[in-house]
Structure formats: C-alpha cells, structure tokens
Design a protein around this ligand. Structure first.
Ligand SMILES: [Zn+2]
Length: 491
C-alpha cells in the first residue's frame, strides 16, 4: 500500500474538516434574529405562499422565511396558528392611545384616518410620533379644511356654514389651496364626506378631485347620498364621484359601501366593478356589520331621512344610553347632539360586500368612552375572520386576508411607497405581523357591550416589536411609526 506524507495527510484532514463543517453546521449559525415566529402557517396574499414556515425578523424587517429552524433572541411559538401580514385599517377615526389597544387586539398594525382626515397634517403626525402602539397615518380632509375656511363651529363634523352654505369663489380657492398644502406635507390621501357638507357643490367636489389628481392621491369619499330613493340616491352619488375620477384621473375609494347602498349594495358594487373593468382606478371598502353609526345632529338626519334610509325612529339607538328613539327623543337628542347607531344595513348586503373579492375591509371605528358606541372599531377584522370566514363560509381565509392587508397597501403605495413594504409576509417587508388562531378568532364587541377586545389574536408585531403576546398587550412599547407620503414643500 502507498503511504502519503504527513504534510499531505494534514492538508487532507483540514479539507475534510472544512467540508464537514460546511455540511453539518446549521446554515448561518452565527445569524441570530431579534424575533423568530416558529412553525406557523404563513399566509402571504401576494405570493400565494400558504405553508408552515419559520419567520426571522431583524431590525424591524422580515429577513428569513424558512423551513429550517432559526436562532433568535425571542422565539414565538406559532404552532397551529396563522402568520399573516398585519391588518391595515384604511378608515379609523379613533386615533388615540386607548383606541390603538383595541385595534391591536383586533390584529391591526396600521391605523389610518382617511375619510374625515385632518386640516393640519403636521400637527396630526406630531401628536402621535414616538408614543404609538401601532403605525398611523392620515389624509388631508375636505371636511376639516372647509370647516377652517368657513369658520364652522363644529369640532369633528361641521354644524354651521361648512355644512350648509355654498362656498364663494374665494372660499373655494382657499379650500383647494388647503387640500394641496396638506398633500405637500405628506398626507396619504384626500378625505371627503360629501353627505356631511351637502352645500358643497358638484363643482367644488370636482375641484377637490382635481387637486388630488395633481398629487396622485386617492380620494376616500363618503358619497353624497345613501339609499336608493331618487333623485337623491346612492346611485346618483356614486355616479358623481366616478365621473369626477374619470374627468380628473384621481383614484377613487368609496368608503363603507354597505351603509350607502343599503339593500341595493350589490348594484353599487356592480357599478364599481364595471368602472374598474373599463380601466378606472376605483376601489371600495366595507365594515362587517348590519348597523351604521353617525352623529344625530348631522345633515344625514335632515327631514326625509326615513324615506331615504328606509327606516324609522325605532331603528336609531342613542349611544349614550342604548335606548331606541321616538319622535320626541329624536328631536331632543338632535338638539343636544351625539352619536346614534343606525340599524339600516340588511344582512344580505353586509354579506355580499364582505364576500366580494374587490371590497376591502375597513372599520370606520371611532373612539368615545360612551358605553354604546358601535362595535365595528373594536371587532371588524376578527368578525370577518371568525364569523364570515369560519362560521358562514362566505369567503376563504386567503381572500379575506388579501382584503385587509395587501389590497389596502396597494391602494396607497403609488402615493406613499412605504406601503410597498406592508401588507406582505416577504423578505424585506416590514415586520408588521398578526398571528391568530383560525379556530377561535372572533369579535367580542357587541352593540350592548362594545368595549371588549377580540379573541384569538395571539401575537401582534409592529416593526418587529411584539405589542401583543399570548393574547395580552405588552406595556411600555411604542413601536408604531408614522406612515406618510413624501413631503414636497417645506414649511
Ligand atoms: Zn363615513
């Protein structure tokens, strides 16, 4: 037999041990993630991935999606749970620290006030920066800008001239200038509630769309009329804004389609589908409930509301006490002012919208400490997953997740590229992640007891930081960040 030299033997031994190390050491053993979500059913609506994986998070971003075990400082066991992109709520008025806790329990990682919006984009963001549980963002709103320009005495919604008086040409110029100033300061979109500003002419609304189009901003609009009574029907109101979108090129987003269309919601949805098929950028959203909610003193309840909405006094619930109204209490409380829950949406309309793959899910939540506020702000997302997906089989789980993650992100990502990294479980995406038990997830907020956290949401991470662990909120963490379009005009 032929012997090899000691030097050659040592060289071969070195090669063997190097190859052995390469083969047998775990891949990237030195890589330790901040957080690993282990063994969950990862669902990504964009790629279609639906498989058990380990998700590695480093410095707020998703850095690994792997079938192999990953080493981490913190490992969250997601066995039997769904790992989804964090939910993005396009329509949430309750932008307070207290309200964000309810939203986190409902799986929301980004909460956006895009319908009413704000008249002061800088102050709005500054008030939340560094002290928010979840991500936040806002539109510049036609309502608040009109209120400023017309010196309206209302706070959240207009009560005086901003609701009831046509704008002069000087005022209209000031309104569009205010909208454009907000867009220059990075507002995510333009908000509108035409039903709350009924004296705003069709020409004024068209001008606001024109301003939005200049900045590639979508217009999130509560349309002029609800119900199907002509001539002031939701159909006519939808025609108005579709025409404005077509004329100006501004993307259109119709908010809470069910509370506008009521029993004829499917007719509005087919109009939106047809507009899309003709190439218009039109989208819509709904909340999964059969009641709406608004201010009793608003123009929604101007004379004729019963015929328009197809309801009467006993379909209104005074939020402060939970009582159903009569002609006498209606008059008394309308003078006083306050919130009512309005039982006006047929179950078939709610189901048709929730099940429709083009309709996004958004809560239209609001925050008051009253006992009888609408439950939608606390339970929207868990209600879709638990009631409509699991119990009613109205739609499949991946479609429902797409409607609350990817689609809202895509709605805003042309204007605000930050959304390209949200609404996805993909390498490089922001680690905004909601982990829930598909067998138990459900809303618990009811009309009688609305201030209840949803159940079955196990872990929520915002920019890689857990804010909810084993179904309980963590104290003292504020990983929420502003989500904002680029600022094109310095102050
Ligand atoms: Zn609205």
């Amino acid at each position: 037999m032929k012997l090899i030299s000691p030097a050659r033997a040592a060289f071969l031994a070195a090669i063997v041990s190097f190859v052995a190390a390469a083969i047998f050491l775990p891949a990237r053993a030195q890589e330790t993630y901040d957080v690993v979500i282990a063994n969950g059913r990862v669902m990504d609506p964009e790629s279609g991935l639906d498989a058990v994986r380990n998700v590695g998070i480093l410095a707020g971003k998703i850095r690994a999606i792997s079938t192999s075990p990953l080493a981490a400082k913190t490992t969250l066991d997601a066995t039997g749970l769904v790992v989804a992109p964090g939910f993005i709520d396009l329509h949430e008025h309750g932008q307070t620290a207290e309200k964000y806790r309810y939203e986190a329990h409902d799986g929301v990682t980004t909460s956006l006030e895009l319908e009413r919006g704000t008249g002061d984009v800088d102050s709005w963001y500054a008030a939340r920066e560094g002290k928010s549980l979840i991500n936040f963002g806002v539109s510049v709103g036609h309502i608040p800008v009109r209120m400023q320009v017309m010196h309206d005495p209302g706070t959240f919604l207009p009560l005086g001239d901003a609701a009831h008086r046509a704008a002069s040409s000087e005022e209209l110029a000031a309104i569009t200038q205010g909208i454009e100033a907000g867009l220059q300061r990075g507002a995510l979109a333009v908000g509108m509630g035409i039903a709350y500003t009924p004296a705003a002419s069709r020409g004024e609304i068209l001008e606001v769309f024109r301003s939005a189009a200049k900045y590639h901003a979508s217009v999130h609009v509560h349309i002029r009329y609800a119900g199907l009574q002509e001539p002031e029907s939701a159909l006519a109101a939808l025609q108005e804004v579709i025409a404005d979108a077509a004329v100006t090129g501004a993307p259109l987003h119709v908010v809470h389609v069910t509370s506008m269309g009521l029993k004829d919601t499917p007719q509005l949805l087919s109009m939106i589908e047809a507009a899309r098929s003709r190439g218009l950028d039109v989208s819509t959203e709904c909340y999964p409930y059969t009641a709406s909610s608004t201010a009793l003193e608003s123009p929604i309840f101007d004379p004729g509301w019963q015929e328009k909405l197809g309801i009467s006094y006993h379909d209104l619930e005074w939020s402060a006490t939970g009582e159903r109204l009569t002609p006498e209490t209606f008059a008394q409380y309308r003078r006083q002012g306050g919130n009512v829950v309005v039982f006006d949406i047929p179950g078939s309309a709610a189901r048709a919208a929730v099940a429709n793959p083009i309709v996004m899910i958004a809560s239209d939540g609001i925050w008051t400490t009253g006992p009888n506020i609408h439950p939608r702000g606390q339970g929207t997302f868990s209600r879709v997953l638990g009631y409509y997906v699991r119990e009613q089989h109205a739609l499949d789980l991946m479609t429902s997740l797409r409607k609350m993650t990817l689609m809202p992100a895509q709605r805003l990502e042309n204007r605000a590229p930050a959304f390209r990294d949200k609404g996805r479980i993909q390498i490089g995406a922001d680690a905004d992640i909601t982990v829930f038990n598909p067998a138990t997830v459900l809303d618990r907020a009811t009309y009688e007891h609305p201030l209840q956290y949803s159940q079955g949401i196990q872990f929520v991470l915002v920019n890689g930081t857990p804010v909810l662990k084993d179904g309980a909120l963590l104290d003292g963490v504020f990983p929420g960040r502003p989500v904002r379009a680029s600022i094109t005009q310095q102050k």
